[in-house]
Design a binder for this molecule. Structure first.
Ligand code: CAA
Length: 296
């Protein structure tokens, strides 16, 4: 009882949020922010066609939800009214919270956070949806706001996956952590909290598991199908590890595995040579039309 009272006092009320990056992840975050948490959401991307695609995806998705009887037409318009799209970061000047979901490149994220730091209100929280970069290092791009910087790692597809992994940077304040945990709960997500160590919890376990599945294929222990069937039906997961690798993108899997290998310095994280070959051949999974399976 006492704990919950203390916790509530710690938390800051979030009403307006910004999402930078209108790709698959950013669009998903915007959807759960507006539809589930009832927040005002502004989605920003410098690329106009990415914004158009995001806007189209939101409309289609809401229409399908309406078709499934999960929301009324009025509720759909209410969600759409809560969402706006822009190419200008400056329009995030009234937000309480901004989450970045752009490409996994430190220098590009750094330039976005440096700009955001000058735009958003002094007490606004900045978050990154990074799956692999250090939150403490990203927070160093906004030194005056490092206590209000945090990792918020959503899983793909965001509207479906229940988890948000929240990552505390070295300087993240307890108030920032509690505010973000509360906001994730208002999005109907289950949260876990992780320390800022490469891979955090989800990818520290998931990516080596996928890499090991590629080793199993490389060593001829089983076919692609054998490996996926074994894990899908033997451990009750929605997708076998090689299907999941194609879904995530083999380049992303390799990139995260390489980060684990380099930053943790343990040979047990060495990427499977077959995974490297696939990426070098341009077999990136669903997005390229070919990975461990064909999608053409
Ligand atoms: N956006 C929104 N909703 C989506 C969606 C998307 N991109 N893709 C699927 N859905 C919804 C569908 O609309 C459908 O909804 P209803 O059941 O409410 O009607 C539901 O998901 C199921 O979809 P399907 O019937 O088409 O397909 P499925 O039953 O095979 O499920 C799946 C698809 C949800 C992707 C499921 O296979 C799954 O959970 N796979 C595992 C996904 C996973 O592990 N994600 C984590 C990846 S790792 C990560 O994200 C972290 C990282 O840093 C790498």
């Amino acid at each position: 009882m006492l704990t919950s009272l203390v916790t509530r006092n710690f938390s800051k009320k979030i009403k307006k949020i910004g999402v930078v990056g209108a790709g698959q992840m950013g669009t998903g975050i915007a959807i759960v922010g507006a539809k589930v948490a009832g927040l005002e959401v502004k989605c920003v991307d410098l690329n106009e066609s990415a914004l158009e695609n995001s806007n189209k995806f939101v409309k289609n998705w809401l229409e399908k939800e309406e078709g499934k009887g999960r929301l009324t037409a009025d509720e759909k318009y209410d969600v759409l009214n809560k969402m706006s799209f822009s190419t200008r970061l400056e329009e995030l000047d009234q937000t309480d919270f901004v989450v970045e979901a752009i490409i996994e490149n430190f220098d590009i994220k750094k330039s976005i956070f440096e700009k955001l730091d000058k735009i958003v209100p002094e007490d606004a929280i900045l978050a990154s949806n990074t799956s692999s970069l250090s939150i403490t290092k990203l927070a160093s791009t906004v030194p005056e706001r490092a206590d209000k910087f945090i990792g918020m790692h959503f899983m793909n597809p965001v509207p479906v996956m229940k988890l948000v992994e929240v990552i505390k940077g070295l300087q993240t304040s307890p108030e920032t952590l509690q505010t973000v945990l509360d906001m994730a709960k208002s999005m109907n997500k289950i949260t876990s909290t992780a320390r800022d160590i490469p891979g955090f919890i989800a990818n520290r376990i998931l990516i080596p598991y996928i890499n090991e599945a590629v080793f199993a294929l490389y060593e001829g222990i089983g076919t692609v199908e054998d490996i996926d069937i074994t894990m899908k039906y033997g451990t009750n997961v929605p997708m076998g590890p090689l299907t999941l690798a194609d879904f995530i993108g083999l380049d992303t899997v390799l990139y995260i595995q390489q980060i684990l290998h380099t930053e943790l310095g343990d040979s047990k994280y060495r990427p499977c040579p077959l995974l490297v070959n696939y990426v070098q051949a341009g077999y990136l999974g669903r997005k390229s039309g070919k990975g461990f399976y064909d999608y053409t």
